[in-house]
Design a protein around this ligand. Structure first.
Ligand code: NAD
Ligand code: DAU
Length: 339
């Protein structure tokens, strides 16, 4: 079995590669990633020299390069993680989100049709459903919830999802889509809430909470997401969408307080800053379909996962120090100074 994983030098893609290389040691895995600011080749160093692993620096918007790779490898399965993934960046510069997330997805699917790939899996997000009100804890996103996006990021992901379903209906491409809630764990890029707060707290820097911090996210340990995708690839029904989430809703402010407590840092570091434009209030996944059809359940409790994650950042300073010493400094200044 030959699998192509796109975006494998990023957070979830790299964790997925580790899971798959471990579980299917005889299968070939080819990672393509254009190594944007969010992609880091050092993340993949433990698999880089394996005989059944190949890395190619390829942009999914580059049709010729994608076709050449597919011609060489003739993959059985393609799993698309490659994306511009940060909501705040999409608010500042939407166009690259449309190019990578929508155009890149269509090019990958064109390649799948041309080279007769047996399965295309699109890694999508719960953000395509928009948000839920805080005063209706009885409401959850199901696969039937209408698409209703808030940010350029979520709109680009929704556009991609619609295109994936259209390629299935129009061209018969065998597709599946997963829509997951917020992930956390090792190799999470420092611009995102949990790693940003861990790293700032370690430096006794301000912890910038947007608005009141009452917004709710449904956090899932990254390994559980990877296992869910693996299961969908094995047993998922073609043409179907599967929501992934573990009923673990937490307010942002509570997440930041947990991180302070775990690191022994004072809550006085917390600073409420100007809110994100169009900020979604609450995400909450109903995972009934993936549980009842495929038997998936999350394995890592938040209390354990957040401890493991913090320990990982403490043990892997080299990884994130390298990142925050470069371009990231400029990003942080632009995004947070005078906010
Ligand atoms: P990430 O930003 O950490 O990684 C994205 C990777 O894609 C990087 O390695 C980057 O170099 C690569 N990439 C970007 N543009 C590319 C291009 N044009 N060609 C090739 N490679 C390109 O993102 P992540 O958090 O790992 O998210 C991965 C996927 O999962 C995304 O599709 C995202 O929408 C989805 N998702 C993320 C979460 C989450 O909580 N992080 C939750 C649900 C779904
Ligand atoms: O729900 C899945 C989505 O989760 C994925 O599709 C996205 O790719 C991923 O980035 C994530 O989006 P969020 O916007 O929820 O994640 P982020 O870590 O950027 O922010 C989480 C919450 O924390 C959100 O309500 C904004 C808030 N926040 C974030 C940052 C970076 C802060 O209060 N302060 C911050 O500095």
């Amino acid at each position: 079995m030959i699998r192509v994983v796109t975006g494998g030098a990023g957070f979830i893609g790299s964790n997925f590669i580790f899971h798959m290389m471990d579980k299917y040691p005889d299968d070939r895995l080819v990672c393509i990633d254009s190594l944007t600011y969010a992609g880091n080749l050092s993340t993949l160093k433990s698999v880089m020299d394996k005989e059944n692993f190949r890395f190619e620096k390829i942009d999914i918007r580059d049709r010729d390069a994608v076709y050449k790779l597919f011609e060489e490898e003739k993959p059985d399965v393609v799993i698309n993680f490659a994306a511009e993934s940060h909501v705040d960046r999409s608010i500042e510069n939407p166009s690259i989100f449309l190019e990578t997330n929508i155009m890149g997805t269509s090019i990958l699917m064109d390649a799948c049709i041309k080279y007769n790939v047996g399965r295309y899996h699109q890694v999508s997000t719960d953000e395509v459903y928009g948000d839920l009100p805080l005063d209706r804890p009885d409401l959850f996103f199901t696969e039937e919830t209408p698409i209703h996006t808030s940010s350029p990021y979520s709109s680009s992901k929704a556009g991609a999802d619609l295109l994936v379903l259209a390629y299935h209906r129009t061209y018969g491409l065998p597709v599946t889509i997963s829509r997951c809630s917020n992930n956390y764990g090792p190799y999470h890029f420092p611009e995102k809430l949990i790693p940003l707060m861990i790293i700032n707290a370690l430096h006794d820097k301000d912890l910038p909470v947007y608005g009141a911090g009452e917004n709710v996210r449904d956090w899932l340990y990254v390994e559980d997401h990877c296992k869910a995708i693996d299961l969908i690839l094995q047993k998922g029904r073609i043409g179907e969408v599967y929501n992934i989430g573990g009923h673990n809703e937490k307010k942002n402010i509570d997440i930041v307080k947990i991180i302070c407590a775990e690191l022994g840092k004072p809550e006085s570091l917390i600073k409420h800053v100007t809110d994100r434009k169009g900020h979604d209030m609450r995400y909450a996944i109903d995972p009934t379909k993936i549980h009842s059809e495929l038997g998936w359940l999350p394995e890592t409790k938040f209390e354990d996962g957040i401890k493991k994650t913090i320990k990982w950042y403490l043990d892997n300073e080299d990884w994130w120090k390298d990142i925050i010493s470069g371009e990231y400094q400029k990003y942080y200044e632009e995004m947070y100074s005078n906010r």
